[in-house]
Design a protein around this ligand. Structure first.
Ligand SMILES: Cc1ncc(COP(=O)(O)O)c(C=O)c1O
Length: 318
């Protein structure tokens, strides 16, 4: 129903999707003691049978670090090897999203991260646009992003996504596409699964890595590319009202790529208070188009993509 790829990585090898089953007593299911990644790849237009991965090395490193936060051992090399096997088993022909997950696979109760089995899986699906590339409407969330002193926010820890889920549902149920969360200091943090940038007086600003954000890989790529294109980029604490005064606001993430914010409305503000609509954004399509499309497969930045070519002699059976 979701266009899942037929083969997954599960319990140490590639198997058919339908054969990858977990017990209802799986520890991670009860305690959120898992960490995941999300990788996009597109077929290489210049080489049939090849997939171009966006920053596979960085994604593998972050997942390996996330595993470390869970007291699980999973190296970047193991992750890349499993990704490689999944691609060879599936031979995708369309843009895909891979979802690796490291999790406490034990069947016992008691929340803990010691003396417990862990495992690692990957499944994939075909994925086009996660958010509308034309732009999304956002509201400020009533939920606050967690603090790094409560849980390791530099990892993509599954349990942390309850806040993202609450914020996203609150936004959608109140007529918006996305939520913008503040951090515990009341500064702009990020969206439900994306980092945020604003443009003020032609300068890019984004919450710094000490603002309880996830250190997004797309965020870093945008910063690097923007600087190399001559734009000034400032990483700092961003105030809520700055969003309302910005010339442009956009969200970045692996799933969302680079998505313009077309409208922004503060929660519970009086009708007379200013809200923001992205007319300035719409008036500069060439610049925005350039940034969005450069998120994946950019010719100017060959080191951000990695090519995986399935070999004829792959074995994906148990
Ligand atoms: C909470 C959160 N913030 C930001 C991002 C963007 O990170 P990246 O660009 O690495 O996908 C994501 C997505 O992974 C996320 O889940």
């Amino acid at each position: 129903m979701h266009g899942f790829l037929p083969y997954v990585w599960f319990e140490g090898k590639c198997r058919p999707f339908a054969e990858a089953k977990l017990s209802i007593a799986t520890h991670a299911l009860h305690y959120g003691t898992a960490a995941f990644g999300g990788l996009r790849a597109i077929p290489d237009p210049s080489g049939p049978d090849r997939m171009l991965f966006f920053r596979l090395d960085r994604h593998a490193r972050r997942l390996s670090q996330s595993a470390g936060f869970l007291n699980a051992s999973l190296s970047s090399e193991e992750i890349v090897a499993a990704v490689d096997a999944v691609i060879k088993a599936n031979r995708p022909r369309a843009p895909i999203y891979l979802r690796p997950l490291v999790y406490t696979s034990d069947l016992g109760i008691a929340p803990r991260l010691h003396s417990i089995e862990t495992d690692f899986l990957i499944y994939g699906l075909e994925l086009g646009d996660y958010l509308s590339p034309e732009g999304v409407s956002c509201r400020f969330s009533s939920w606050t992003r967690q603090e790094d002193r409560s849980l390791p926010l530099r990892g993509k820890i599954s349990g942390a996504y309850i806040t993202s889920s609450l914020a996203k549902t609150e936004a959608v149920k109140s007529g918006f596409d996305e939520a913008i969360l503040m951090n515990s200091q009341g500064k702009v943090c990020e969206a439900s699964g994306m980092n945020i940038f604003i443009v003020r007086d032609g300068v890019l600003h984004t919450p710094g890595v000490n603002q309880d954000i996830l250190e997004g890989i797309t965020r870093l790529s945008v910063i690097t590319m923007a600087r190399s294109m001559g734009y000034e980029v400032v990483e700092r604490a961003v105030d809520k009202t700055e969003l309302l005064l910005a010339e442009e606001v956009f969200l970045t993430g692996t799933a969302a790529r680079i998505t313009p914010v077309a409208a922004l409305k503060p929660r519970n503000w009086p009708a007379s208070a200013p809200s923001w609509s992205g007319s300035a954004t719409a008036s500069r399509p060439s610049r925005k188009g350039g940034t969005r499309n450069s998120a994946i497969g950019s010719r100017g930045f060959p080191r951000v993509v990695r090519n995986i070519k399935p070999t004829a002699s792959m074995n994906h059976g148990p």
